[in-house]
Design a protein around this ligand. Structure first.
Ligand SMILES: C[S@@+](CC[C@H](N)C(=O)[O-])C[C@H]1O[C@@H](n2cnc3c(N)ncnc32)[C@H](O)[C@@H]1O
Length: 379
């Protein structure tokens, strides 16, 4: 945290400053005022909308309530475009804009952190463990948003409790910032697809929590090499694989896409939506140039054993949003010398598919997640 920018304010007539921290990559607020329990939600909301951040000195629980009241005000604002009258790509663009404005406004309520992640506020919880898990060991005093802290606390709870993965019959424990397998349908596809015969080595490209590597190991593949580039994902996958007792079968290694060599099965679940990530934490979902998807498709043939299979796990939400066409995907397979040997589909069952007030409802309701089974042409 040594190279963090500063946030500056005036308190009791004196100029003060502290280091600024934002995992979401938000810039340090330029205007900061000190606030406590006396401020009304309307006043706080107005200041936040104007770009003035509030450094909280009051009661911690009151700060949480204030944030909820500010969120209600943000969500009451009329949406810029009605989904029914707007092209899907435009509706998606408005949706992302609204999300980013919401994050910016709610990110204006700031908390002071003393050294070692202590909060010098009344009724403040002990957040040290949640902070260490996300930020690393120890720290000098700094300022971060309450919204970010609530994200850290939520991630800490998830990490403790884990996410039940029906395909494994066990729980996976996601770390902060690592793509969590909350949507079970894609894991189910990897658990159900017929394995290539005689498969003893598989690669899991971009393993995240390690969930797909674990499913392949449980299916009896003798050795799996799971890769990722993100240090948090690598640590998380290693911990899950160890906890599940699969360390003898699964190696988790740092690599850009493929590890060296060839395997008879190569699995990849890349980010599904070609759009700019609003923050580093969204990079597992949004990939503006489809770098991972296209990198997997282009590199697959060189990493498959003769007769091997590549399993690409991909939702078609980008197609329903008008952000990528099916023809583009098929052309990319073709250019890479790949044939589609089969495809199995699953309908996502997450609650948002049924939310008719969601501006992206039409796309979410039509979405299918697929496992594309790819083979090398004449391979
Ligand atoms: C959508 S998540 C999928 C995670 C996991 N496989 C799953 O299905 O739950 C994509 C993962 O790919 C990783 N990733 C992105 N680019 C990568 C690259 N070039 N090489 C290796 N991993 C990458 C991300 O860090 C992230 O963990």
């Amino acid at each position: 945290m040594s190279s963090l920018p500063l946030v500056e304010w005036t308190e009791d007539g004196a100029a003060r400053s502290a280091r600024w921290h934002s995992e979401g990559g938000a810039p340090a607020p330029k205007r900061v005022v000190v606030a406590d329990d006396r401020i009304t939600a309307d006043a706080a909301y107005r200041l936040a909308c104007e770009g003035t951040a509030l450094l909280w000195r009051g009661d911690f629980n009151n700060a949480r309530q204030l944030l909820q009241a500010m969120a209600r005000r943000v969500d009451r604002k009329p949406r810029k475009a009605a989904a029914s009258t707007t092209a899907p790509a435009e509706a998606f663009h408005f949706y992302r804009q609204a999300q980013s404005l919401r994050a910016r406004t709610l990110g204006m309520l700031l908390l002071p952190f003393d050294g070692d992640y202590r909060l010098p506020l009344r009724r403040a919880p002990d957040v040290r463990q949640a902070c260490v898990e996300a930020y690393g060991d120890g720290a000098a005093p700094f300022v971060a948003s309450l919204r970010e802290l609530l994200g850290l606390i939520g991630a800490h709870e998830w990490r403790k409790k884990g996410v039940e993965v029906p395909a494994l019959g066990q729980r996976i424990h996601p770390h902060y910032g690592v793509f969590a397998p909350v949507r079970g349908e894609y894991v189910g596809l990897v658990a159900a697809a017929p394995l290539p015969s005689g498969c003893t080595l598989a690669f899991d490209i971009g393993t995240g929590t390690g969930v797909l590597a674990a499913v392949l190991a449980r299916r009896g593949i003798a050795r799996i090499v799971a890769t990722d580039q993100d240090p948090r994902a690598l640590a998380c996958a290693r911990e899950n694989i160890e906890r599940l007792g699969l360390a003898a079968q699964v190696d988790v290694v740092a690599a850009d896409l493929f590890p060296p060599g060839r395997a008879s099965l190569v699995v990849c679940n890349p980010p599904w939506v070609p759009a700019r990530a609003g923050s580093p934490l969204e990079r597992a979902v949004y990939d503006p140039d489809c770098r991972m998807l296209m990198g997997f498709i282009k590199g697959l043939a060189a990493h498959l054993e003769p007769g091997g299979e590549g399993w690409l796990v991909l939702s078609d939400i980008a197609e329903h949003l008008g952000l990528r066409s099916r023809a583009e995907l098929l052309a990319a397979f073709d250019e890479a010398g790949l044939d589609v040997a089969g495809r199995i589909d699953a309908k996502p069952g997450h609650p948002r598919t049924a939310d008719t007030t969601d501006p992206l409802h039409a796309a979410r309701a039509a979405e299918l997640t697929s496992l594309w089974c790819l083979t090398v042409r004449n391979g």
